[in-house]
Design a protein around this ligand. Structure first.
Ligand code: NAD
Length: 258
């Protein structure tokens, strides 16, 4: 291994899904900057491979092409991570897709695809990683949910439902896996400037977000990454089953989503 941090078999390992860009890539960089070795999993190999190579301390990065909604691909990807690094200490279930459409316009295929990626993916990756974490004394998992999982609104029948379910999955996982030394928490980001936001946030939604967020701006991927890193760190060693809104005060204001 090369890089500014030296690595050995006891160096912690973080797995980040959807790590090719946006919030996942920033989370990967946070772990690297904090001395971890990192496995980035993503369905988009063309974006993942160059992104992983460009990261600071890329010698401590393993990039694995994987669709998190496919049980066989998840099993094989996590086996690769264990074979390469020998352990897994943190898992961030970040891979997600958004379809913003009214109920009548959302096809069954879109509904299934959103739930398969945002919910099944977190279930499958947790199921694959947890036994490996247990072998080295435990670990921590963070599920990247959304304020759309806290507050119902128009256009988000599939996306909001998937994130609300992910928040409940977080609590189920925390209760069960806490007994074997794995803490599980969720982050509920407000709007963050990424390719996803470019895709689904219309000019009207952007303007409305400005009005309902007390800090009057979008978050950055790095702001979600540092909160995720905190939840994975020893500083959060008694935090389990919680949802941390990283949203500029949106949830506290108690207003509706645009
Ligand atoms: P993004 O679209 O920029 O990045 C998502 C990444 O996930 C991409 O690299 C994509 O290829 C990957 N991915 C998609 N489907 C996958 C699959 N089946 N298997 C593996 N990888 C897959 O999005 P982002 O804004 O960085 O979002 C990251 C997470 O944060 C998502 O779960 C999203 O729902 C959540 N989130 C984003 C915002 C926002 O405003 N950007 C707000 C709240 C929550």
């Amino acid at each position: 291994m090369t890089g500014t941090h030296s690595a050995n078999s006891s160096t912690p390992v973080a797995v980040v899904t959807g790590g090719a860009r946006g919030i996942g890539l920033a989370i990967g960089q946070w772990f690297l900057s904090n001395g971890y070795r990192v496995a980035l999993l993503d369905i988009d190999a063309d974006t993942l491979m160059p992104a992983a190579a460009r990261l600071q301390d890329a010698g401590r990065v393993l990039a694995v092409h994987c669709d998190v909604s496919d049980p066989a691909q998840v099993q094989s990807a996590i086996e690769k991570v264990e074979a390469h690094f020998g352990r897994i200490d943190s898992l961030v279930n970040n891979a997600g897709i958004a379809v913003f459409k009214p109920i009548g316009a959302t096809t069954f295929e879109e509904w299934r695809r959103v739930l398969a990626t945002n919910l099944d993916g977190a279930f499958l990756c947790t199921q694959a990683c947890a036994p490996i974490m247990v072998r080295t004394g435990g670990g921590s998992i963070v599920n990247i949910a959304s304020i759309s999982g806290l507050r119902a609104s128009t256009l988000r029948v599939a996306y909001g439902t998937s994130k609300a379910a992910l928040i409940h999955l977080t609590k189920q996982q925390a209760v069960e896996l806490g007994t074997v030394g794995i803490r599980v928490n969720a982050i509920a980001p407000g709007p963050v400037e990424t390719e996803m936001a470019k895709l689904v946030h219309s000019v009207a939604i952007r303007s409305d977000y400005h009005d309902v967020i007390p800090l009057e701006r979008y978050g950055t991927p790095e702001e979600i990454a540092s909160a995720t890193g905190f939840l994975c760190s020893k500083a959060a060693s008694y935090v389990n089953g919680q949802v941390l809104a990283v949203d500029g005060g949106f949830d506290a204001a108690g207003v509706g989503l645009p």
